[in-house]
Design a protein around this ligand. Structure first.
Ligand SMILES: [Zn+2]
Length: 403
C-alpha cells in the first residue's frame, strides 16, 4: 500500500487540496492525509508538495503500425495524403517492427497515457499491445469496397480478430474497426459489426473526416471520384451514410473525426451508444478543418492523437494544447477543465475500462505532474497543467509506477 500526498488531486471534476490518496492496485481511500496514515499505518508515504495527481489519460484512436513515419507521408490535404499512404506503406510498415511499436507504447505511457484504442490494420501490433502494461482495446480493422474481394478481406479480419481474442486479458481486449463508409462495402461492414455484437466487442469507425468523403458519399463526385476510378475502377460509393450509421445502432461505437457530418447524421449518432473521437492535430495536418464542438453537443466526445501517420507525436499533452488553440471561441480556463475531464474519465468510459477517476475502488491508473511554483488560483490549474506539462513525473497503472 502507498499513500500519495500531493498539493492537489484532480478527481478529475473536482480539485481537492489537503487530501491524499491510498492505493495498491486499486484506490483504497481518498481523504485527509492524517486519516489515511492512521487507517493504513504500514503504507509507504510519498509527499509531493509541489505536484498534483490526476487520473491517467485515455487515447482512444491511434495507428501503431505506422509509427515509423516522420516525414515520409505528404501532409496538407487529405487525398494527396491518402495517395502517399498507398505509395509508401510497403516501405513504412516493415520499418515499424515489434520493437518500434513497443517504443511508441512506452512514449504514450511516460507522457501520461494509461489506456489506448489502437486500430490494427495488419495484426502486426497484437503482440506488442498484449505485452504492454497499458490498457488496450485493439480494433482489428476491416477494409474493402470491392465485393469481389469481400471474402478474402473478411477472412483476414476474422483471423486477426481471433488471434487477438486468444491474447485477451483484463488489460487487453479484442475490438472491431470498420475503416470508413467510403472504403468498406456495406455487406462487409455488416458482417464485421455482427461479430462485434456476438462477441460484445467495442467498435470504431472513421466517419466524415474530409470534404472529399462528404462529396463522394453525397453525390459520387469530388476528389474521391478520380481516386476510386483510377485505383479500383469504381464509379459509385458503396454506402449511403445514414444506412451505414444504422449498422452501429446496437453496438458501442467510437466515431472518429466527424468533422464533415451533417445534422441528420449527428442526430442519428446522438441516439446511439456512441462517443465522438476528436483528433485536432490530425485534422489540421490533413487539411480537414476543425470539428465544431458546439454542433456535436450533446454527443460525448474525447480527444485522441490519431497515429504518427498524421501527427508528429503520441503525447496527449500536445493534443490538448492544440485543442486549446484550435477552439478559440471557448473560454480557456473552463475549456481546459473540459479537455482534462474528457481525456481521463470520458476516454476511459469510451474505451469501456474502469478508471479515469480518482475514487475509492477504481484502478490506480494515475499520473503525478509538477505544478508551476507561482500558481495563485487553484481553479486555473487545469489550464496551467495543459500549458506547462510536457511529461508527468510519474505514471502508475494498477498501482505500479512505470515512468
Ligand atoms: Zn485514424
Amino acid at each position: 500500500m502507498q499513500i500519495l500526498h500531493p498539493k492537489f488531486i484532480l478527481t478529475p471534476d473536482k480539485i481537492l487540496s489537503n487530501h491524499a490518496v491510498a492505493f495498491d492496485s486499486h484506490i483504497q481511500a481518498v481523504g485527509p492525509k492524517e486519516a489515511l496514515v492512521r487507517r493504513f499505518p504500514d503504507a509507504a508515504l510519498f509527499e509531493e508538495p509541489s505536484a498534483l495527481v490526476l487520473p491517467g489519460f485515455a487515447n482512444p484512436h491511434l495507428h501503431l503500425e505506422f509509427s515509423a513515419n516522420k516525414a515520409t507521408l505528404s501532409y496538407g490535404d487529405f487525398i494527396p495524403w491518402l495517395y502517399s499512404v498507398i505509395e509508401h506503406r510497403e516501405e513504412l510498415l516493415p520499418r515499424c517492427d515489434e520493437k518500434c511499436m513497443t517504443k511508441a507504447l512506452r512514449t504514450l505511457l511516460i507522457c501520461g497515457t494509461t489506456a489506448i484504442g489502437a486500430v490494427s490494420s495488419y495484426g502486426e501490433d497484437i503482440e506488442a499491445c498484449a505485452k504492454s502494461p497499458l490498457k488496450v482495446q485493439l480494433f482489428n480493422e476491416i477494409i474493402g469496397s470491392n465485393p469481389a474481394a469481400a471474402d478474402v478481406m473478411y477472412a483476414s479480419f476474422l483471423e486477426r480478430f481471433h488471434r487477438c481474442k486468444k491474447r485477451e486479458s483484463d488489460r487487453f481486449k479484442a475490438a472491431v474497426a470498420v475503416h470508413s463508409p467510403y472504403s468498406v462495402h456495406y455487406v462487409l461492414a455488416k458482417r464485421a459489426v455482427e461479430i462485434a455484437k456476438r462477441e460484445n466487442a467495442l467498435v470504431s469507425t472513421h466517419f466524415m473526416e474530409s470534404r472529399a468523403e462528404r462529396e463522394w458519399l453525397d453525390s459520387g463526385t469530388g476528389e474521391f471520384a478520380s481516386f476510386f476510378k483510377k485505383l479500383l475502377g469504381q464509379t459509385r460509393p458503396v454506402n449511403d451514410p445514414l444506412e451505414f450509421l444504422e449498422l452501429f445502432a446496437e453496438v458501442q461505437t467510437l466515431f472518429v473525426h466527424m468533422v464533415w457530418a451533417n445534422e441528420q447524421e449527428l442526430t442519428k449518432v446522438a441516439s446511439m451508444q456512441s462517443t465522438i473521437v476528436h483528433c485536432p492535430i490530425s485534422n489540421r495536418l490533413l487539411g480537414n478543418g476543425v470539428l465544431d464542438l458546439d454542433r456535436i453537443a450533446p454527443i460525448p466526445y474525447t480527444l485522441a492523437t490519431d497515429g504518427l501517420s498524421s501527427n508528429y507525436t503520441l503525447n496527449l499533452y500536445e493534443e490538448l494544447k492544440a485543442a486549446l488553440f484550435l477552439h478559440p471561441n471557448k473560454e480557456a480556463t473552463d475549456f481546459a477543465k473540459e479537455l482534462i475531464v474528457r481525456s481521463t474519465k470520458g476516454g476511459y468510459e469510451a474505451l469501456g475500462f474502469a478508471g479515469g477517476i480518482i475514487e475509492e475502488g477504481m484502478p490506480a491508473d494515475l499520473q503525478i505532474v509538477s505544478i508551476p511554483e507561482d500558481l495563485k488560483e487553484p481553479k486555473d490549474i487545469y489550464l496551467h497543467l495543459i500549458l506547462h506539462t510536457q511529461k508527468p513525473k510519474a505514471v502508475y497503472i494498477q498501482g505500479v509506477n512505470h515512468a
